[in-house]
Design a protein around this ligand. Structure first.
Ligand code: GAP
Length: 520
């Protein structure tokens, strides 16, 4: 049963990827040259959805919070920044090669996959028992007492504890030993002939300018956060910001990911939406909880169902954090991290003080003293968010009469096109009337005019790109100035006056509808 669901989900995921290409959401980069690994381009629909997600995030941060302001810092930064942040020395992935297939893997991912398989094995036992015992089944009791489940669980927990310790100690030999002890085989060659585990730095580098000593090696930023830290005092002073306050930024980040897979989930060039919230020392865990709750609400407000999200607290805290959690979303390939929330202490600002020799302190008028603020960060991958929205919206429906339709039931505020304007036929003055309506409405929201093919086919095209409303212009329109609104999700139709159209659609697609739910 479980494997059947997984296979079905994989099938749905494949369909989603081809849907993205067919309808102008996402294209493989450099496609006519056979593509470039883990790099993607956003098409005419994708860019609109992406912009709408950005706006939803940006407004939720900067519009709704008086004490959060935005910046847009450069991708190129002084290379010492990455020394100070720890990325030059510690932004590594532990890699292992299979000697037979010559394939390279992340050692931690191999072990995580193994642990997930153990969890599945346990769940399968429980499901089998649940079917056997029927209504009288007590799952908790079964998990606590069944010898086989206990044995699996104990083994899994032992491996997990070893794994967490090896990660924390950065013990590469132990990571390899866990792979050997768990008899993890290469999925390609099926053998267990592994190399040593080695560290591999994820930053891309390039050269800037040319001096007598040669060009300067600079890095493509692997996160946008450092651009915020190095501008902390600029913003605080010029904006007369008082702690607590936040700085938000949306921008590109680059990582030379080795295991690049699952479409736009793990990319080499991607976009982040990050907010660093500066607080007084000792206040950070309170604000960590605050932003955890706010960020979860931001996700859940989209209406895909609370069960699709969960928090996952980190086993291994990054070198800069004293608390960290992920918001995971149920992708077609399981629950995966979409956003990280980290209490980064005063690590970054203190490091930049040390490496730059400049003070990065705040004078707190209430405490009458200066200090290096502590930081709580919320960091979400825009591309992963995009993927989660599409995965949650993609539907295949069988209609009465056996006909099928594919639709994206995107939240109207995020949909690339809000209203399709469709003359019923291409004659009798209907196209002219439809164009006149479009010319009026295009100032308020994004409209698409379409007169080609049957009305049924045009509805399907709009369903497939996720347009929440279609307005059909027919002969009656010429007589009484009314149009039919067709609703994407229910396919119901309603006659409304053209005068009411602008206001009706504007209200239903307004980002305010989402933002108001967050600011409650
Ligand atoms: N400043 C903190 C930071 O960068 P992170 O957990 O490494 O933390 C934050 O990254 C978010 O960026 C992740 O939750 C994920 O959504 C996104 N992200 C990270 N690497 C990515 C990749 N290779 N492709 C797409 N998104 C990525």
């Amino acid at each position: 049963m479980h494997f059947l669901i997984m296979a079905q989900q994989e099938e749905v995921f494949k369909k989603l990827v081809s849907h993205c290409k067919e309808y102008g959401y996402v294209f493989p980069s450099s496609e006519i040259y056979d593509g470039l690994g883990a790099v993607y381009d956003y098409g005419q629909m994708g860019v609109e959805l992406k912009n709408n997600i950005k706006k939803y995030w940006w407004d939720s941060m900067v519009l709704l919070n008086e004490n959060v302001v935005g910046i847009d810092s450069a991708i190129f930064m002084h290379p010492t920044i990455w020394k100070a942040s720890g990325h030059v020395d510690a932004f590594n992935d532990p890699l292992i090669d299979n000697k037979e297939s010559k394939k390279r893997y992340r050692a931690d991912v191999l072990i995580e996959d193994y642990l997930a398989k153990q969890d599945e094995k346990i769940d399968k036992e429980v499901q089998k028992a649940a079917r056997r015992f029927g209504e009288t089944f007590d799952e908790e009791m079964y998990r606590q007492t069944n010898p086989r489940v206990l044995e699996y669980q104990q083994k899994r927990d032992e491996v997990h504890a070893r794994f967490a310790k090896a990660l924390n100690d950065e013990n590469l030999d132990e990571l390899r030993q866990i792979i050997v002890d768990c008899e993890i085989a290469c999925p390609i060659s099926g053998t267990r002939n592994w190399t040593e585990v080695r560290q591999f730095n994820l930053m891309f580098s390039t050269e800037m300018g040319s001096t007598s000593d040669g060009a300067m090696k600079i890095y493509l930023r692997p996160e946008t956060a450092q651009g915020i830290f190095v501008n902390f005092l600029n913003v605080q002073k010029t904006g007369r910001m008082k702690i607590p306050f936040g700085i938000a930024q949306i921008g590109k980040a680059f990582r030379n990911e080795i295991v690049a897979r699952q479409f736009i989930f793990r990319m080499r060039e991607f976009e982040q939406m990050e907010m660093q919230f500066f607080v007084a020392p000792g206040e950070e865990l309170k604000w960590f909880e605050h932003w955890k709750a706010i960020r979860m609400r931001w996700h859940q407000t989209l209406g895909f169902g609370a069960h699709k999200y969960r928090f996952h607290d980190h086993d291994k805290l990054a070198h800069y954090a004293n608390a960290a959690t992920d918001i995971e979303f149920e992708m077609p390939f399981g629950f995966k991290e979409v956003e990280g929330i980290h209490s980064r202490t005063d690590f970054d600002l203190s490091q930049h003080e040390k490496f730059s020799g400049k003070k990065l302190q705040y004078f707190d008028p209430e405490l009458n003293k200066s200090y290096v603020p502590f930081v709580v960060e919320t960091s979400i991958g825009l591309d992963r968010m995009f993927l989660s929205v599409l995965a949650a919206s993609y539907r295949e429906e069988t209609l009465e009469g056996g006909e099928t339709r594919v639709l994206l039931n995107l939240p109207p505020a995020l949909a690339p096109v809000k209203l399709a304007i469709l003359p019923l036929v291409k004659k009798d003055g209907l196209p002219e009337k439809a164009r006149a309506i479009m010319d009026e409405l295009k100032f308020s929201f994004s409209c698409q005019y379409d007169e080609k093919d049957s009305i049924g086919k045009r509805y399907r095209r709009q369903d497939a790109i996720g347009t929440p409303f279609c307005a059909t212009i027919d002969h009656q329109t010429l007589e009484d100035n009314t149009v039919t609104i067709r609703y994407r999700d229910t396919m119901e139709q309603e006659r409304v006056s053209i005068d009411a159209l602008q206001q009706t659609i504007a209200e239903k697609t307004d980002m305010k509808n989402l933002l108001k739910q967050i600011s409650i």
